[in-house]
Design a protein around this ligand. Structure first.
Ligand SMILES: [Zn+2]
Length: 357
């Protein structure tokens, strides 16, 4: 773990608790003075609402004093047009705004839009101004429960079976990197709409690209982050069972049945609340970083069982008994060698990440 990584994790905890306390209450939050990133990211060209001839919002925009803590990726679920022009991008923005007015919203729901041609547009009025300032957040209407804390980016197209065009994906990386820089959002905190609401959005293919997006954004920012697999309600399998065992090791009450239901979500929220993270019941990178604990020969308990379960699921000859003996140590060393990790037989953060990925 390098200094950026550690600081990001610490900062995330700080921001999450601060935003939970302050979101929407009008108390100013001073900007974190240190640079999050090692590389300065230039602002991408962003067409303002005035440029694409937006109509005025029907009510005053709500500017929240706390900065957002995550970015949510959407797809517009509109046609995968081959028209990559700026005129198409502007037309799309106007169509979205009209559609959102017709839902009774005061303005476009999302803060930003990325066209298939790679044009980046302001969505809701004042979103660009807020991001340039880096301290405030325009309350949006793009994801139930997240509108006070998340910046929404709509990507033109439908990405259930195909990928976004390279130009669009590149523009998305540039926009996310700049927003992360402006707001001090760690690159790990990029999510899909489906992580929080029951929806296909942002499409199976674009959703599957989110780990790559986090990694590409981190590279643009010049930071090295451990990027963990988002684990949440509805999922099943050894990773879920492992998380449940780590929750048990942290003193939470949960069944290690490998099925992420409401009981697991409650245990995750309780754990998050206890360590100063936003209690959203979803295990993203910040939560994984707090949940894992280093285990080695001589240790025992559910965290050892979590590591043993992952090793057994990968075909290593270990007994999943929660006792870290010579056979477990030997399996860990073999696993580490196979992953080009230091073969020390200790399950620390990088070995945990390899086990859970
Ligand atoms: Zn969406």
């Amino acid at each position: 773990m390098n200094s950026f990584n550690r600081r990001d994790v610490l900062r995330l905890g700080l921001l999450a608790s601060a935003s939970a306390a302050l979101a929407g209450c009008g108390v100013p939050l001073t900007r974190v003075p240190e640079q999050l990133n090692a590389l300065a990211v230039a602002a991408p060209g962003i067409s303002t609402c005035a440029a694409w001839l937006a109509q005025p919002a029907s009510s005053p925009i709500v500017m929240l004093a706390a900065r957002p803590t995550r970015i949510l990726v959407h797809h517009t679920a509109s046609a995968n047009t081959s028209d990559l022009s700026q005129a198409q991008a502007f037309s799309l923005a106007r169509t979205i705004q009209q559609s959102h007015f017709s839902r009774g919203w005061i303005d476009t729901g999302q803060q930003f839009t990325v066209s298939r041609g790679g044009y980046v547009l302001e969505g809701r009025h004042r979103s660009l101004e807020a991001a340039q300032g880096g301290t405030g957040h325009v309350q949006g209407a793009h994801c139930d429960g997240q509108n006070d804390v998340a910046v929404g980016i709509e990507n033109e197209g439908t990405y259930m079976t195909v990928s976004p065009p390279a130009g669009q994906y590149g523009a998305l990386v540039s926009l996310c990197a700049w927003l992360c820089q402006q707001y001090g959002i760690p690159a790990t905190e990029l999510y899909g709409h489906r992580d929080f609401n029951a929806t296909d959005c942002p499409g199976d293919v674009l959703y599957a690209k989110l780990p790559q997006l986090r990694s590409d954004v981190a590279a643009r920012l010049g930071v090295q982050l451990r990027i963990w697999p988002t684990t949440r309600t509805g999922m099943t399998g050894e990773r879920v069972r492992s998380a449940q065992r780590l929750l048990l090791a942290a003193g939470q009450t949960v069944s290690d049945d490998g099925s992420y239901g409401s009981g697991t979500a409650s245990a995750v929220s309780a754990f998050q609340g206890g360590v100063g993270l936003t209690p959203d019941g979803l295990i993203g990178s910040a939560t994984w970083e707090r949940l894992i604990r280093t285990v080695r020969r001589g240790d025992s308990g559910p965290a050892v069982k979590a590591a043993q379960g992952q090793l057994a699921a990968r075909g290593y000859a270990v007994t999943v008994d929660g006792a870290f003996g010579p056979a477990t140590e030997s399996a860990v060393k073999s696993f580490q060698t196979g992953k080009a990790l230091t073969a020390d037989g200790i399950v620390g953060p990088n070995t945990w990440l390899a086990l859970e990925s």
